[in-house]
Design a protein around this ligand. Structure first.
Ligand SMILES: [Zn+2]
Length: 355
């Protein structure tokens, strides 16, 4: 039986932990904001009894999803082109393609190196009848050569800037926009169907995955939003969250990321003034160093998290309840943006060149 004390403690924890507060950790018993009412619900598609869903974009272009990950499939007169094979979708992907067409898979494209999207690549790359041509950006090939992962065989065909795959009656344009989410994350474009794909870039209706999509180079990842909008497309595939997205989803996330940039830059600048005591670096440093003499990392940790928290709260004023999971990953995005502003964009606030 639950003791009165544990009930009281649980209640206190609950009330001390509203969804808008920053805790740093997500626990089993946390209460998160529902995604109902956010833009995320517009992009859900039903899964069949086998556990996958299919969207048909016409002219042989399909998306297959397990509800969390996406694969792009293009059926041509010369064979099927597959982009990504998430391990969680696994063998379901082969069944799903087999149910769409009797044409064999002949090409496999890596959107980027990460195993959560490519860990099932061997299912296609190791196919012997017929042989499958594997394609990626040259940086992805280097990463996979280093990884020596039998689930992600090193691709045979690589490119530096762009590559056009002509497969029977179909065409796919591959383009490298620069380092961002990963070292070799590419844009995949089907011009006839107006389908555009860039994985781990846009999360339709949701805030991005943890730490700005765990991007290697944040400025490149931010810039990619504008590069995507330069294409003529109707359907967008980001590799995640079930259903397909569209041009509006790209514009909405671009706005979110730019708001985050502005709010974090503002918080960094405010931290140089005693008029803003919650982020004032002098006040924070004095208190932390008094309690923890000579502990420079403690001083920096408290200061940077205070700046990120101010940015997170300002961003939440506009986006909480609009994009799903701002309460879950929003603080991680503020932290990552504060770090990138300081290191990549030279927005150092009170730590800039001293007089
Ligand atoms: Zn990734």
């Amino acid at each position: 039986m639950k003791s009165l004390l544990s009930t009281v403690v649980t209640s206190l924890l609950f009330w001390a932990n509203p969804a808008t507060a920053c805790t740093g950790f997500a626990g089993l018993h946390d209460h998160f904001l529902p995604i109902n009412g956010t833009l995320a619900v517009e992009n859900q598609i039903p899964l069949n009894a086998a556990g996958y869903g299919v969207s048909d974009f016409g002219h042989g272009a399909y998306m297959i999803t397990d509800g969390a990950y996406q694969t792009f499939v293009l059926v041509s007169t010369a064979g099927v082109v597959v982009v990504d094979a998430p391990p969680t979708t696994g063998h379901k992907l082969q069944w799903a393609i087999g149910n769409l067409t009797a044409t064999p898979v002949r090409w496999f494209i890596y959107s980027h190196s990460h195993s959560d999207h490519a860990g099932g690549a061997y299912l296609f790359a190791n196919q012997s009848h017929p042989k499958v041509t594997t394609i990626s950006h040259e940086n992805t090939a280097s990463q996979l050569a280093t990884a020596r992962d039998p689930h992600r065989p090193v691709p045979k065909v690589t490119f530096k800037d762009k590559y056009t795959l002509v497969a029977g009656n179909q065409t796919l344009e591959l383009f490298f926009p620069g380092i961002g989410h990963d070292l070799g994350n590419i844009i995949i474009y089907a011009p006839k169907q107006k389908v555009l794909m860039m994985v781990d870039q846009i999360y339709a209706g949701w805030v991005p995955f943890w730490n700005l999509a765990a991007s290697i180079y944040v400025p490149g990842w931010i810039e990619a939003h504008d590069q995507l909008l330069g294409y003529d497309f109707d359907v967008y595939l980001g590799g995640h969250m079930g259903g397909p997205a569209n041009r509006t989803a790209v514009k909405v996330q671009r706005e979110y990321v730019h708001d985050l940039y502005d709010n974090c830059a503002d918080a960094l600048i405010k931290s140089g003034s005693p008029e803003n005591p919650t982020v004032d670096i002098a006040a924070i440093s004095k208190t932390v160093l008094t309690n923890n003499p000579y502990n420079i990392w403690a001083q920096f940790a408290v200061y940077l998290d205070a700046v990120a928290d101010l940015c997170y709260n300002k961003t939440s004023d506009k986006w909480l309840g609009k994009l799903a999971a701002q309460d879950i990953f929003g603080f991680s995005h503020a932290r990552t943006m504060v770090s990138s502003l300081r290191l990549d964009y030279d927005v150092l606030g009170p730590n800039d060149v001293q007089p």
